[in-house]
Design a protein around this ligand. Structure first.
Ligand code: NTF
Length: 844
């Protein structure tokens, strides 16, 4: 009998997998364990990936299109197998072979370690962007660090967070291609003589390529990560003299650089290490790009038409000085030419207005580690200020002051109005990259965000409100000077990982309903679900899928923390980094309120209550004491609630430890309501809100970050909106000393948390932090938002009792989520900032 093409492909896949199991893994297919089967399948998929990768890269070399290089300290990739199989369209071919081994794709996938090379939203955004860049066939690579240890593994000890290293590479990594022959020298310390830098120390940045398959295209992009290696790894002479640690000291020091993401910066060594990491990957990325560019181009002036570097937050912004250095010191360009190229090649994204995350490096630290860069930064600053001084003096001098007031930038206006002795100088100081540390006299700092803005062609925020806020706050003066440089690019998430693959049930229903699976690449089509939102039969199907996903989440909770949660309860989720501005403690105050209500209720009243499962997940930065206390708050309240017989199944409180990408892939589809409750004006965008929306999970949230645009797309009336407005935050913070929460429930909660239910004093600091107004505390305004938050919570319970109305809203969420695809976002970056065009390998 003649085999069909499909059967033939299946057979080939099976043969390949069996060969890999036999010769790469070295085991017998009959007795293969899940891990071994995963290895066999992954190494087979890898070959398919590399085939397409090689073709794409060769095609791009031939066509020489303009590239986008995404520079990011974080890439939170999660697991690769399912994504690669699905994006490459291999599920048909591989599915059967995997089943014959006795496993499912899902089981094999669970064997893979998460690549947690990121901290949170910023890193996951970078991963979604890579998926969309490849999907849109945009010539583009990511550049970052191959951290040997990912984001720490979080455990719980006595309800507190414990941290252990994330050894994600122990089973090898089938998804990377080591390029040991591709290594760049990175220098540190030393001195500068006549503009020439002699570094005192050097290391190698060794490239590892991670192919990134696009969806519905032959394009496979690349994430090039660098590992740090010493120039010489072993000093034999020292070893022979018995100086064993000296013999390997260089190796250890080099390996520190690519050891962990965000080493603790509490010590000087830690701070220096962070800066080392930044220059390490940025310099390697730029050297790598220039080396490729020079193979086909002679004139450096063409660089801006062939390359754009997008700097993901401040971590890569030393790139401004590094590109200048490479162009001047290595390529022999004059300052002006180099500056012109640099400012046309770089672009900058700001992801936060939190002062602690806006990096400012002491001049002394940069000067010691990177003396040539410091020289360049000083020169950039002085030329920049000089150019402003000329403009301003010309205007102030040649015109009547009134006229000048209207024409010069806001800062000068301010200074003139304030009648500062020397208004021009006072104003100019506001624009300077190098400023005095307000808390440490005489210590000068380099404001990395300012340098990035000055050295880039564009600066963008990540949601509409955030892009407005940065123009009014941190970049106010810069915006007034060059408004055309400022843009908004509202974030997006990939609909492949975050809907199609993580929620196969819903994905299948959507495809059946819309008549095709085109929505996976064209998410605008999800709007087609709107007309089914009232359809009772459709609602029923929608609900039954949610129930399956809730069961999956309930199983996960049981296996991770041993708590049984009922599936008839409302699943309420808050997953994100633990931070005071994200206000997980406000969530817990409402949980305590619910608990106290249940306790006070009669059996009859209890029967009418909507049962709730509250799930919280997220990591606290290891040095962030209050965030760690907030985790303890969740676990301690959970202990009390979960074992109280009066409560039964009416309320369960779960802290899911070690939250990561693959946990999110189970939690998001299973959630019914999710919390995005940051103080207005503090969350730049948020991206999990978009994932929940796509999966038809209702949102309780403040008018902050992308919540505002989600409300526009899915209907504000469908969202549980509460809280003060961002524009009032400044005033409310001023007024805190005279503020008192009038709601009696607030005091009851505070009393409960400081009562003998908990260890004496355990939550005193947390309570004082939001409640002790004599110290003008509560910076994040929990008290101001408290009553309105509880009102919104009540609305949730009321609506849940009407399952049809609830389901209708759920459908409308998914239907309105099309805008939040990272494909839309990347398309905007490509057209409005990068000027990069699709370049797809033609079908042959
Ligand atoms: C984060 N920023 C923001 O806090 C989130 O609101 C946003 O969704 C993501 O970036 C992605 O844009 C950071 O992690 C950082 F580093 F900037 F603080």
């Amino acid at each position: 009998m003649q085999l069909t093409r499909v059967d033939q492909q299946k057979q080939e896949a099976e043969t390949e997998i069996l060969r890999k199991i036999a010769y790469q893994v070295g085991v017998d297919a009959e007795t293969v364990t899940a891990q071994q089967a995963y290895q066999g399948v992954a190494w087979t998929v890898r070959e398919r990936l590399i085939d397409a990768f090689n073709k794409t890269q060769a095609y791009w070399r031939e066509k020489d299109p303009k590239f986008i290089y995404y520079l990011s300290a974080e890439f939170l990739m999660g697991r690769t197998l399912t994504n690669a199989v699905n994006n490459l369209g291999l599920e048909g071919e591989f599915g059967e072979a995997i089943r014959k081994l006795g496993y499912s794709l899902e089981e094999l996938q669970s064997q893979e370690q998460n690549a947690s090379l990121g901290n949170g939203g910023l890193g996951r955004l970078a991963a979604c962007f890579l998926d969309s860049i490849a999907t849109l066939s945009l010539p583009g690579w990511g550049y970052g660090i191959r951290y040997r240890y990912g984001m720490f593994r979080q455990g719980l000890e006595n309800g507190f967070q414990s941290e252990s290293p994330d050894t994600w590479l122990t089973n090898g990594n089938p998804w990377e291609i080591p390029r040991r022959d591709l290594a760049y020298k990175i220098g540190f310390y030393g001195s500068v003589q006549d503009g020439k830098w002699q570094p005192a120390e050097q290391v190698y940045a060794v490239a590892y390529d991670n192919p990134i398959p696009g969806y519905g295209t032959k394009t496979v992009g690349n994430l090039r990560l660098f590992d740090c290696q010493p120039m010489s790894e072993f000093k034999l002479a020292s070893f022979n003299e018995g100086k064993y640690s000296e013999a390997t000291e260089d190796k250890r020091k080099a390996e520190d650089i690519s050891a962990v993401l965000y080493p603790n910066d509490a010590t000087e060594y830690g701070r220096e290490l962070r800066l080392k990491q930044q220059i390490f990957f940025v310099s390697a990325a730029m050297q790598d790009t220039l080396a490729r560019f020079k193979k086909t181009h002679k004139d450096m002036k063409e660089l801006p038409s062939k390359a754009c570097f997008q700097m993901n937050d401040t971590h890569p912004t030393i790139g401004v000085a590094e590109l200048m250095r490479l162009l001047i010191d290595q390529e022999g360009l004059q300052w002006e030419a180099a500056w012109d190229i640099t400012t046309k090649t770089l672009a900058f994204t700001n992801h936060t207005v939190m002062p602690e995350a806006l990096e400012k490096w002491p001049v002394a630290v940069i000067g010691k580690l990177l003396p040539r860069h410091m020289e360049i930064i000083e020169k950039i600053d002085s030329i920049w200020i000089e150019s402003l001084r000329k403009k301003v003096t010309a205007q102030v001098g040649s015109q009547s002051p009134k006229n000048a007031l209207e024409k010069v930038a806001g800062a000068v206006k301010g200074a003139l109005e304030e009648k500062t002795a020397d208004p021009v100088e006072a104003a100019l100081a506001k624009y300077s990259i190098i400023t005095e540390n307000p808390w440490e006299k005489g210590v000068k700092l380099v404001n990395m965000a300012f340098m990035a803005t000055i050295g880039s062609k564009s600066t963008n925020g990540v949601a509409a409100i955030h892009s407005e806020i940065i123009k009014e706050t941190i970049f106010k003066d810069f915006y007034e000077l060059s408004p055309e440089k400022f843009q908004n690019k509202t974030n997006g998430v990939t609909p492949r990982r975050w809907l199609a693959y993580c929620n196969p049930g819903l994905s299948k229903l959507i495809t059946e309903t819309l008549g095709s699976n085109e929505w996976i690449a064209k998410t605008d089509q999800l709007a087609g679900l709107r007309k089914f939102s009232d359809d009772k039969a459709f609602q029923k199907k929608w609900r039954s899928i949610k129930l399956e996903n809730k069961q999956r989440l309930a199983d996960l909770i049981k296996s991770r923390v041993g708590i049984s949660v009922p599936t008839n309860a409302l699943y309420d989720v808050q997953i994100k980094r633990i931070h005071e501005y994200k206000r997980q403690h406000l969530n817990m105050f409402s949980v305590v309120n619910r608990y106290l209500n249940i306790k006070a209720a009669s059996p009859e009243e209890r029967k009418k209550m909507v049962p709730r499962v509250v799930v919280i997940g997220g990591k606290a930065a290891s040095a962030y004491v209050m965030a760690k206390k907030m985790i303890k708050l969740v676990t301690a309240v959970g202990e009390v609630v979960n074992k109280d017989p009066d409560v039964g199944d009416l309320l369960k409180v779960v802290f899911l430890p070690d939250y990561n990408v693959s946990l999110a892939e189970v939690i998001v589809p299973g959630a019914e309501v999710s919390q995005h409750i940051s103080t207005a004006g503090t969350e730049a965008s948020g991206t999990s809100n978009m994932k929940f929306q796509m999966n038809g999970c209702l949102i309780i949230g403040t008018m902050d970050g992308a919540n505002i645009e989600i409300a526009q797309e899915s209907g504000k009336e469908n969202m549980f909106v509460f809280g003060v407005d961002a524009k009032d935050i400044g005033r409310l913070r001023e007024e805190r000393k005279n503020f008192k929460v009038e709601d009696p429930r607030w005091n009851k909660i505070m009393q409960f948390l400081t009562s003998s239910t908990f260890e004496a004093g355990l939550f005193q600091d947390l309570v004082d932090n939001v409640n002790d107004m004599s110290k003008a505390n509560d910076w994040f305004l929990l008290g101001n938002d408290f009553s309105d938050y509880l009102r919104a919570q009540d609305e949730i319970d009321a609506l849940y009792k009407d399952q049809d109305a609830w389901t209708k809203r759920s459908i409308l969420y998914t239907a309105g989520s099309g805008f939040f695809s990272s494909d839309r976002c990347i398309d905007q970056y490509a057209k409005e900032i990068w000027d990069v065009k699709p370049c797809e390998v033609p079908s042959s």
